[in-house]
Design a protein around this ligand. Structure first.
Ligand code: FAD
Length: 630
């Protein structure tokens, strides 16, 4: 039997970003003992990096905004492949979740009359993103941590122990979920600092581990985004959906090479910045796709008027959904009209006074000054697509966040469905508040109703620990994890990146097979005390599994939609609209199978004009539509 630090909790939340923290608050408020486990330092998660804001139809900047408009925008952004129930809950509940943050102590930027200010973002009909300059995620995390501390103070007053109900395990990485008779029974983790193992006995786990970006070479994501939650869920028997949909944000830094991929917030375009090619031309007007024709300005004059008079002008195509803008940039670069370092230009300098740029976009100003020696108040930025977000994730029940394994819940970027084939900017921060709360509640309700708690099998703990330690016993001339990782990133970038085709995806799958074999031969040096090579060796197992899901699903979906563009199938195909590709794993074998979505509720369908639905749906699906019948 492995000697191991043991803890017992009602609910274990894995991940301390926005989704995880909101789940912790909810489960604790329902009276349960909760652990929050985080691979990174407490307070350092992707949520902290979120710049632009949190989408919620509060109607502060334009009173015409409401949940129905937000719902419609979200479904359009996802090209109608979204889980419509999630999109509905999200649109309805996001304003309450933002208000609630202010009751926890958040302070969003204000309009002149004291309301929460809201900014424009791609794909949103009205200014909708509640924000704090361009440091919104920091405020979200700061506030939720503060709320957790206040709950711990209440617990101290009652029990004399700050950690009686909520305990934080920071720099602690979960490597395995444990099940008993198909139900969650616990999780095994290790302390990053000393490499010692920890067992959490728990009937309920909420996964809130974020995305998968570190499988791609050019990415805005940081080291933690290795698809751990996706892989943990799969290995515990849960399913993933929509893994072919990976968002390439149109504006990442392209120069210097050391910072390639770092995000340039969409807030730059929301606040007036425009994209230009090497001919100094605003090229986005050439790239308005048919499904959005009529919804976007067709001249620069109209686009510029829209910033001040949104009711009488159409929005600039610089703010089309991200998938469209990323593809447009890609085409301009390919056509030889790119910037010197392989991107295009993003110009805010000629659009706003310098002081205003510094006030609205302080982080962007510093980012370019410090990292690229570019003064964005004087010269344009060079930008290009960067892997940013994964729409695919753990298949969950929309209302409770329950995955297909009893006792397992998921929220935030690691869950799938909400954003369909493409996420709108700002819809992640609202997603993780809405569904973080719902997953915390779902887990609490599950524990409440559960009879006997599933016991942890000691043999499973031993096996999990042995698997984690295996890289120390690799062959003397074994593989270096950094080499395998670099090759994985290059392959995913080149062969399953922003533009895909069958033969390249097949090549990627062949390379993944090779890399999987090589990963079994990995050897790490040193001991278990803070050993990044060992950590990467464990993360690689997850990245390889998740990358295979992305590639297999990308090969099967023979159409282009949102964050999945097939050069060999360039059009959107209505027959694919309601099909989800569901990934599961048995042993080492990944299976990807199509499954039909639940048809959208009639009252929600009727929020759209028939003419718009006809762009996405098959005739058969629309036969019962009232406007058709009439
Ligand atoms: P995260 O906030 O990433 O948290 C994941 C947590 O899981 C971390 O604590 C991590 O340490 C932990 N973890 C991972 N694996 C393990 C493991 N094995 N064991 C233990 N812990 C683990 N979205 C918007 O809506 N608006 C924006 O303006 C915006 N700007 C962005 C800017 C940048 C630069 C980036 C990268 C993203 C941005 N996004 C934005 C997207 C958004 O920030 C993320 O999608 C969102 O924060 C994800 O939140 P999360 O709670 O799901 O995961």
């Amino acid at each position: 039997m492995t000697e191991i630090e043991r803890h017992s909790f009602d609910v274990v939340v894995i991940g301390a970003g926005g989704a995880g923290l909101r789940a912790v608050i909810e489960a604790r408020q329902r009276g349960f003992r909760v652990a929050v486990v985080s691979k990174s330092l407490f307070g350092k998660a992707h949520t902290v990096m979120a710049e632009g804001g949190c989408a919620a139809s509060m109607g502060n900047a334009n009173p015409n905004d409401n949940w129905q408009v937000h719902f419609r925008d979200t479904m359009r952004g996802g090209k109608f492949l979204n889980n419509w129930r999630m999109a509905e809950l999200h649109a309805k509940e996001a304003p309450d979740r933002v208000w609630e943050l202010e009751t926890y102590g958040a302070l969003f930027d204000r309009t002149k009359d004291g309301k929460i200010s809201q900014r424009n973002f791609g794909g949103h009909t009205y200014p909708r993103l509640a924000h704090v300059g361009d440091r919104t995620g920091l405020e979200l995390i700061r506030t939720m941590q503060q709320k957790i501390v206040s709950l711990q103070q209440e617990d101290f007053a009652e029990t004399g122990d700050y950690e009686a109900k909520v305990k934080v395990f920071a720099e602690c990485t979960v490597t395995e979920l444990l099940t008993n008779d198909g139900k969650i029974s616990g999780a095994v983790a290790y302390w990053r600092e000393n490499g010692k193992f920890v067992l959490f006995e728990t009937p309920a786990v909420v996964l809130a581990t974020g995305g998968i970006g570190k499988s791609f070479k050019v990415t805005s994501n940081s080291w933690e985004y290795t698809g751990d939650g996706h892989a943990l869920a799969m290995r515990a028997g849960a399913t993933l959906i929509n893994m072919e949909f990976v968002q390439f944000h149109p504006t990442g830094m392209v120069w210097p090479p050391s910072v390639k991929g770092i995000l340039v917030t969409e807030g730059v375009r929301g606040d007036g910045g425009v994209l230009k090619n090497s001919d100094d031309k605003r090229f986005m007007f050439e790239y308005i796709p048919d499904v959005f024709k009529g919804q976007y300005a067709e001249s620069t004059d109209e686009a510029d008027r829209w910033y001040d008079d949104a009711d009488n002008n159409r929005r600039t195509p610089d703010l089309l959904p991200r998938d469209e803008v990323a593809r447009a940039i890609n085409s301009e670069v390919k056509a030889g009209r790119g910037s010197p370092h392989g991107g295009v230009f993003l110009d805010i300098a000629s659009r706003l006074p310098a002081e205003e740029i510094k006030r609205r976009l302080p982080s962007m100003y510093h980012q370019f000054k410090e990292l690229a020696d570019v003064d964005i108040t004087k010269e344009p930025m060079e930008v290009g697509p960067t892997c940013h977000y994964v729409m695919g994730g753990i298949e969950v029940d929309p209302d409770s966040g329950a995955a297909t394994v009893p006792g397992l819940f998921a929220a935030g970027e690691c869950s799938g469905g909400m954003h369909g084939s493409n996420r709108l900017g700002g819809n992640s921060l609202s997603d993780l508040l809405v569904f973080g709360r719902r997953a915390g509640l779902g887990a609490a309700t599950y524990v409440e109703e559960l009879g006997e708690r599933p016991a942890v099998a000691e043999s499973d703990v031993d096996a999990a620990v042995a698997r984690a330690l295996a890289p120390f016993d690799g062959p003397a001339d074994g593989e270096n994890p950094y080499d395998v990782h670099a090759e994985l990133q290059q392959s995913m970038n080149d062969l399953v990146g922003i533009i895909r085709k069958a033969e390249e995806i097949e090549q990627a799958l062949a390379r993944l097979e090779e890399l999987k074999k090589r990963a079994q031969q990995i050897v790490v040096k040193g001991d278990r005390k803070f050993n990044p090579g060992w950590h990467l060796a464990m993360d690689l197992r997850n990245m390889l599994l998740v990358s295979e899901c992305v590639a297999r699903a990308a090969l099967l979906r023979t159409e282009s939609r949102g964050g999945h563009t097939r050069d060999d199938f360039p059009g959107m195909d209505a027959e694919w609209r309601n099909k989800l590709l569901v990934c599961s794993v048995q042993g080492d074998a990944v299976d990807v199978s199509p499954k039909e979505q639940v048809p959208m509720r009639q009252d929600l369908l009727e929020l759209f004009e028939l003419g718009e639905l006809e762009k996405y749906y098959t005739d058969g699906e629309l036969a019962a539509h009232p406007q058709r019948k009439a």
